[in-house]
Each structure stands twice: as C-alpha cells, then as structure tokens.
Design a protein around this ligand. Structure first.
Ligand code: IMP
Length: 431
C-alpha cells in the first residue's frame, strides 16, 4: 500500500462504524512509521486479534501493536485521560512496549468526568443512543470555546478556572435532566492533577512531528474512528457522532495540510451494521437479523450493545466513496456470509414512484424509503482459508464484483476472518 509515491494514507469507516478498521490498520501498520488517530475518543473500540489474544483499543491507535511504529493522538480527538492510562497499563501488562513511542497532541481537548456524567444522564444522548463516553459534551465545550486542552494542565490556576466553569455548567445540566448526581471541582482537579505529570510527559505538537516525518519521507497512516455515516456533517444527522469522521477531518484532526493526504482506504463490512438509533434502510427482519448478529458476533466493542444488522447498502457506500474520495475499499467479514442461502445488495431507495440512487440528506425520506435489492446466490462454503481472489468461490467473487461496480471504487483488500493472516490483498498498490 505504501510505495515510493504514496506515503500518507487515511483509513476511514465507510458505513456506520465497526467496519473492522482496527484489523486493517494493524495489517497496514506493518509498513508504517507513524499511525495517528484524528477524531473521536473513547467511544471507539478497535478490536485486533493477534494469536490467541484480543486487544480492544479505544483511544490508542491500533499501530501500537507493531514494535517501532510511532503512534499519536491528534488534536481532533477528545481524549479521556483516565481511560488512556488504563489502556496504556493494560498494553504494558500484555507485554506491549508503549513508552517513548506514544504522543498526545497538546492541542487535544480533554473529556472531563463531568462530560461523561452529562452524556449518561441527558435525554438527548439517550435519543441518539450515544456510547455515554462524554464525546458530545466534550466537543460542545470545544466548539463553544470553553474546553480544556492537554496544554491547560501546565497551568493549575487556569485549569481550576476552566474546571469550575465546566462543573457549574454540567451540574445545571444534570439538575435539568432530573439526575441526582453532581460533579465536584475539587474531585475533578484532584483527578487531573494526579494524571497531569504522566499526560504532560506524552504531550507534543503532533502536527509538527507528523509534518517533519512527512518531509523525511516517512509512511504515515491516519486512523479514523466511527464511520462516514456518523460524520457530524455528512452522516445521518442528528443520529451521528460529534466529529468529522471522514477524510476531510483527517487533516484538521492531525494538524497537517489536506494536500498531504495521498490515498484513502474505505473499510466496509460485506453487509451493514449500526449501533444506536437512526436510519438503517437495509435492516434485516427477524429471525435473520439475530442469525447474522450471532454469525458476525455483532456486539459493540465499547458498550456491548447488540448491533443492528442489514444487507450491504450500495447507496451508502457509494456516497461515502464520494465524500471521502476513496481510492480503495477494504471489504471485511466476508466469511460471516458463508452459510447464507442468498444475499441482497441495495442499489437504490424507492420513495413513492421515485427511486433515489444518491444518499438523501433528509431523514424523513429515508424513513419512507423501501430498499431496491439485487439478489445473489450464497456460496455455502468457507472462505476463511482464501488468500487470493481466485481461492474464493465463483458466487463470492460475483458478489464482490457487484459491490465494487456499485461503489465505483476498486477493492484493495478482502478480510475473511479475525486473524492477521486472514486477508486477501487484491490490488495492494491501488489504495
Ligand atoms: P457518541 O459518539 O457516543 O456521541 O454516539 C453517537 C452515535 O455514534 C451513537 O449512535 C453511537 O452508537 C455511535 N458510535 C459512536 N462511536 C461508535 C463506534 O465506534 N462504532 C459504532 N458506532 C459508534
């Protein structure tokens, strides 16, 4: 994927998150010098299976599992310092060498304990079905210009002022939500001051580090979290997360020029899933939905919530390909479909007499939309041992060919199992 001309690659989810980006980043990180997260926070859960071990990374880039790769958390991330150190300590306990190669942008905003309290108590968060990790409230404070950044930990007086304002606001919100829980300035300050020396030890001007690395010809992987349809601008608003998950967010969230991005790999499942509320036009009927959920172990890595499952939605992925400028697709979890008798792919949405083939902005249209399906025979055999396209059954290849033509993007990888080696590199240089 990285070659002499392609040195900066973005990996994004091109559905509603949980597409398997962790595995792709893990595979690609083998050739990377830097892996940088650019948005989201501890709402993400990137699962990587190595041998018998499973690692679920919430904030640390999945590249950390490769010795020698430098990892960074960019300014666009809202970072929860308490869970960051839990994650670091778990990795160290598992024998992963973290110290000295993990950096945190000094411009990154912090998720404070009171953001999490507000996220868990608010009716608005419940209506969206958020992860409760304080992401929305932290981004709200950022945009309202009252957030706390990593660099604020260097100035205790300034920190106390910001925390006092934040706690007062959060307590008023908690009261309005009918919650009895309250945040405390002293407890918040004590937590932050205990973490500050360790966190400040990781603080860097990440944009500058990555800029210098690019100038020196380093291979840079920018790791997105969530999916394109959860993007605050391009997703199924308001049923979205609070950041720009798409490629546009990668440059601002790392602090480098958009002109530096050379390639964008969109990760999609061979079907569709979504956690939380909001439209999912191709959602399966029961009992098929529960059956696919079991086959794909579709339960959230962060919250354990059952994921909603649907057929592959070509309208969604074509839209994501356009908004992101995808140069390649990675199709994951093809093996989950191995036992199904037949499969459907959505090519448009019928509303009244009209068929929409471009993803609409207006959710009221999506509510009325009836998916238009093309049906494919199942291949009814295991694909888990396939290591090249020619190892796949003809029916699986026909299915993939249709996904590729519908999404107008070449397939670069097909993943056929959870292990690192269960992957087919199609046109490794395309992405
Ligand atoms: P928030 O990001 O916790 O505010 O949640 C907003 C929406 O994004 C909810 O529907 C969540 O279920 C969804 N979401 C957030 N993070 C992820 C993720 O990593 N995978 C899938 N869905 C996510």
């Amino acid at each position: 994927m990285f070659d002499s001309t392609t040195r900066t690659v973005v990996v994004v989810g091109a559905q509603w998150g949980d597409e398997g980006k962790g595995k792709l980043v893990d595979v690609l990180a083998e050739r990377a010098d830097w892996v940088v997260r650019y948005q989201g926070g501890a709402n993400a859960g990137h699962t990587v299976h190595i041998g018998d071990k499973s690692f679920i990374l919430h904030q640390i880039p999945s590249g950390i599992l490769h010795p020698g790769v430098r990892c960074a958390i960019g300014n666009g991330v809202v970072m929860d310092p308490e869970t960051l150190f839990t994650e670091i300590d778990e990795l160290i306990a598992d024998g992963v060498d973290v110290e000295g190669r993990l950096y945190v942008s000094e411009r990154a905003h912090l998720v404070m304990p009171y953001h999490k309290l507000v996220d868990k108590a608010s009716a608005a968060s419940k209506a969206i079905g958020t992860t409760g990790r304080g992401i929305g409230p932290a981004y709200e404070d950022k945009v309202a210009r009252r957030g706390v950044r990593v660099l604020d930990l260097r100035n205790v007086e300034r920190l106390r002022e910001l925390v006092t304002l934040g706690v007062d606001r959060a307590n008023a919100q908690l009261e309005r939500s009918g919650s009895d829980v309250r945040a405390s300035v002293d407890e918040t300050m004590a937590t932050l001051q205990a973490l500050a020396p360790r966190l400040l030890g990781l603080a860097e001007d990440v944009g500058l580090c990555v800029h210098r690395a690019i100038k020196n010809g380093a291979a840079i992987l920018l790791e997105g979290a969530q999916g394109s349809l959860l993007d605050i601008d391009h997703g199924t608003y308001p049923f979205v997360t609070s950041s720009n998950t798409t490629v546009g967010g990668a440059a601002t969230g790392v602090g480098i020029s958009p002109m530096a991005l050379q390639s964008a790999l969109g990760v999609v499942k061979a079907y569709t899933t979504r956690v939380g509320n909001g439209p999912l036009p191709t959602e399966l009927e029961e009992p098929l939905q529960s059956h696919v959920r079991q086959l794909g172990h579709e339960f959230g890595a962060t919250t354990g919530r059952p994921r909603r499952c649907g057929w592959f939605d070509g309208v969604v992925v074509r839209y994501a390909a356009r908004v992101n400028g995808l140069t390649g697709l990675a199709i994951t979890k093809l093996d989950v479909l191995d036992t199904l008798d037949e499969l459907a792919v959505c090519t448009g949405y019928k509303v009244g007499n009209e068929v929409y083939t471009e993803f609409p902005a207006d959710l009221s249209l999506l509510e009325k939309a009836e998916p238009v399906y093309e049906w494919f025979p199942g291949w009814k055999q295991s694909t888990q041992d396939a290591r090249s396209l020619s190892d796949l059954p003809a029916a699986a290849r026909a299915y993939l060919d249709r996904l590729e033509s519908l999404c107008e993007t070449p397939i670069a990888f097909v993943s056929v199992g959870t292990r690192r080696d269960q992957i087919i590199g199609v046109h490794a240089t395309v992405a």
